[in-house]
Ligand binder design. Structure first.
Ligand code: ATP
Length: 314
């Protein structure tokens, strides 16, 4: 199992008076997408890069599937951890297929196996292999290059992915499309993912859990998006959540996340399986009910109103 455990991890850069990351402990369960969100300079990237040893911790321990990452050879470690960054870093003189299969190449895959994998991944990220595999990066739009970046990180099927603001450089519409595609992918692949962003809406939309970080990467709150929206632990987190934006955020939360056990759903209006909490609320208001059906379960008004920050006056 590829869970990740940070145990009192500290990074002190040379010449800095304070550590960039100060004794951070965090458990990231296997198969979950955990988002680090926090203001610029709070140490998100530093924390993430210590997991694949692009940055070496000053002290503390990082376990990957129970194994100390510091005991592993860095290049070998990195071949098992997909890495996606904002400036994708595709090699301009290599074709898209060659870019995608860099790591499989290092792992000694045959040309045939690499070609198949690259076509499969292009399909997976929504690019037609026959029209894209032989192009060069400059012949693709920013959003398409970003998809190739994701495909490349997935190439050797690593159990763990680190993603640093991967959609940050794209326009809002492309960004939303990439987020949606990525959510669909992750529902299928269930990788262990650490995802860095400073956009709280993105964190709510993508995260199974969110770590809200304060300065020096200290964890202000670590919980599901729903729990953080409903009960921010303090003013710092509440400031991040921003109560005025709560209604808007309902449109980001799949109502399936809120579904309760199957009960009697006779006669209740139904929302489709991919509906958002906002859709469910609209349906309740239209039908004057406090419960709606989704699949085999139901969701009630209390679950939705909790997301609006019920009980936390600002
Ligand atoms: N190589 C370095 N040497 C010295 N200080 C550094 C180095 N890299 C980062 N820092 C400092 O460590 C702190 C954390 O930086 P980091 O890049 O991890 O933050 P971040 O939360 O990812 O920020 P952003 O959202 O702006 O990318 C910052 O104060 C930064 O100036």
């Amino acid at each position: 199992m590829s869970d990740i455990k940070l145990i009192q991890v500290t990074k002190q850069y040379d010449g800095q008076s304070q550590p960039a990351v100060d004794s951070v402990s965090l458990d990231i369960p296997a198969g979950e997408l955990v988002v680090f969100v926090g203001p610029s300079g709070c140490g998100k990237t530093t924390t993430m890069k210590m997991i694949n040893r692009l940055i070496e911790p000053t002290s503390g321990q990082i376990l990957l599937g129970g194994e100390d990452v510091l005991a592993r050879e860095p290049n070998e470690l990195r071949r098992h951890i997909g890495y996606v960054i904002q400036q994708i870093g595709l090699f301009p003189h290599l074709t898209i297929a060659e870019n995608i299969t860099l790591v499989p190449g290092l792992l000694g895959w045959s040309a045939e196996r690499s070609r198949k994998r690259s076509d499969e991944l292009l399909d997976l990220v929504g690019l037609d292999p026959s029209s894209y595999r032989d192009r060069y990066p400059r012949q693709l739009s920013g959003g398409q290059q970003q998809r190739v970046g994701v495909a490349r990180a997935l190439a050797a099927d690593p159990p763990v992915m680190l993603m640093d603001e991967p959609f940050g450089a794209t326009d809002p519409i492309t960004r939303e499309r990439l987020q949606n595609e990525f959510l669909r992918l992750q529902a299928e692949l269930r990788k262990t993912i650490v995802f860095v962003t400073h956009d709280f809406d993105e964190a709510v939309k993508l995260g199974d859990r969110i770590a809200v970080l304060r300065e020096r990467s200290r964890i202000a709150q670590y919980d599901t998006p729903e729990a953080i929206l409903a009960n921010p632990v303090d003013d710092y987190v509440a400031g991040f959540v921003g109560s005025a934006a709560a209604l808007k955020r309902l449109a980001l939360i799949p109502v399936a996340k809120l579904t309760t056990e199957p009960g009697s759903a006779d006669g209740l209006p139904a929302v489709p399986p991919d509906a958002t909490a906002r859709d469910a609320l609209d349906l309740m208001i239209r039908h004057g009910t406090s419960r709606v059906r989704i699949g085999d379960g139901t969701v009630d008004f209390a679950a939705i109103s909790a997301l609006l920050g019920g009980g936390h006056e600002r």
